[in-house]
Design a protein. Structure first.
Length: 177
């Protein structure tokens, strides 16, 4: 198995790599037969939106080609995600979110053949070392068992479920002052 190298991509580089990232998305979500084309198109629409967000950041894993990707951005206080999570967060966490110090993980993809060497955890570590956000939130589909397994392995806490068909997860927070 080739060695896996991690690197950051600028916003411009991420936009240039969008087709390769979409290919990785399809490969990583192959379990859903017959939905590849629509899923790829929907992913590209989301990715185009996400890459334009404040403080967008992305890391990729390469091993003779793209084998992993994790990206996120600073979540705006008035965004749709916030409306869904209001009332689910503890008062201490809600105070931090109100101050705009929330980083939202927008996407995690790892090729099936690269999941064992802990590529996802290495991507997470590299991405989050540069961000000072006190709260990091991941939002996944309710039926995303693989995503849930990764978040549980990272010791993240499920915040709750909300529409449309999504659930929110929180990175273990630093102690409140």
């Amino acid at each position: 198995m080739p060695e896996v190298f991690l690197r950051r991509l600028s916003r411009w580089q991420a936009e240039q790599q969008r087709e390769a990232v979409a290919d990785l998305y399809v490969e990583a979500h192959r379990d859903h037969d017959g939905t590849e084309y629509n899923d790829r198109r929907a992913f590209l629409r989301r990715f185009e939106h996400d890459v334009q967000q404040t403080d967008f950041d992305m890391v990729v894993a390469d091993a003779s080609g793209l084998v992993g990707c994790l990206y996120g951005y600073r979540a705006e206080r008035g965004g749709v995600w916030w409306q869904a999570l209001r009332g689910v967060l503890s008062p201490g966490i809600e105070e931090r979110t109100a101050s705009g110090r929330v980083f939202l993980l927008g996407g995690l993809m790892v090729a099936p053949g690269e999941r064992a060497p802990d590529v996802a955890s290495r991507l997470r570590t590299l991405l989050l070392t540069r961000h000072t956000s006190e709260v990091v939130v991941a939002v996944i589909q309710r039926d995303d068992d693989r995503g849930r397994e990764v978040l549980e392995a990272w010791d993240w806490t499920k915040l709750g479920e909300f529409e449309p068909e999504r659930e929110g997860w929180l990175r273990p927070p630093s102690p409140l002052p």
